[in-house]
Ligand binder design. Sequence first.
Ligand SMILES: Nc1ncnc2c1ncn2[C@@H]1O[C@H](COP(=O)(O)OP(=O)(O)OP(=O)(O)O)[C@@H](O)[C@H]1O
Ligand SMILES: [Mg+2]
Length: 360
Amino acid sequence: MPHVELKNVTKRYGNVEVINGLSLAVEEGSFTALLGPSGCGKSTLLRMIAGLEEITQGQCFIAGTEVTDVPPAQRGAAMVFQNYALYPHLTVRQNIAFSLSIAGASREVQNKRVGEVARMLRLDELLDRRPAQLSGGQRQRVAIGRALVREPKVFLFDEPLSNLDAMLRVQMRLELAKLHQSLKTTMIYVTHDQVEAMTLADRIVVLDKGIISQVGTPLELYNKPANKFVAAFIGSPAMNFFKAEIAGRDGEAYSLNLPGGRTAKIVSRGGTVPAAASVDVGVRPEHLKLGPAGAANSHFDGKVSIVEQLGNSTLLYVDTPAGQLIVEGEGNLKIAVGDTVGLSLDPAASHLFGTDEKVI
Ligand SMILES: Nc1ncnc2c1ncn2[C@@H]1O[C@H](COP(=O)(O)OP(=O)(O)OP(=O)(O)O)[C@@H](O)[C@H]1O
Ligand SMILES: [Mg+2]
């Protein structure tokens, strides 16, 4: 039985439909990321699970009980917000204990629980400070502590790390992963950061304009995107796309006429046969191989227009007949702006998308 379930949920603000007949089942103990661009409905979805936003149509279940009309405090879900939402006039200890004191827990129980949570989140030394006396990362840990102390059935996180600087974000990401490993509580985590989703979640739900675009493990989404939206959204630098014409079909393999006059054979991923001859080819920067210009086995020749040396890899922006393609090479690549190179596609790691943007 799923631990959190949305059945055919629709959300409308006035006559604007934000979520459109969405169904989703989240397994107990899993870490699920809701990933998508700004405005696609991630927060709305999470707030409907928390009970902070009314569901226009459809149902929500937590631990087998329908909670569609149950008030937030009685759902067994605790939410951590992007802006922390701490009480500024209360100390860390009082902030963490707040929900317990509202629920009428004894002073003894409060102290015990706050002590446990503070140890887990390394806040022991900070219990008597107020939020203004804490760093961003510490405030975020207090916000998590406040959720933790309630011993919820489900944790709901809405972009909890986006106010932190890059280093702290990586550190807090590890702490959240550890927290999930030790608590094994169901977590649903909203983010527009694909790296966060890929590293934290065991399952990612990609949302596009209020509709689920694809659900899968991080590597399923990376290696087998079901459509162009997921292909473009997952991976950094993003996948390259260009148009090609289908010249023929040999079993599962399509022969393509590439821009610039050469041909390639790419194996289908089991999608429907395309209606039109024109397809979009998608290939990730690390799946374009560099070679000498004019080589017999290359698919494009191109001129390097930008070189970005990142240390562990080099990104080349190469102008080809297929447009500008980004190529990821080794860190110590000896290639300069203006050089001409040959590029070959890895046919096993290239993707074809039809005019409906679905994978072929
Ligand atoms: N109270 C409201 N009234 C009308 N429209 C709203 C309201 N709240 C949200 N929306 C709209 O619903 C859509 C989804 O909003 P939501 O906050 O869920 O997006 P999001 O995916 O969380 O985006 P972000 O990554 O920017 O936080 C947006 O187009 C937004 O403008
Ligand atoms: Mg949001």
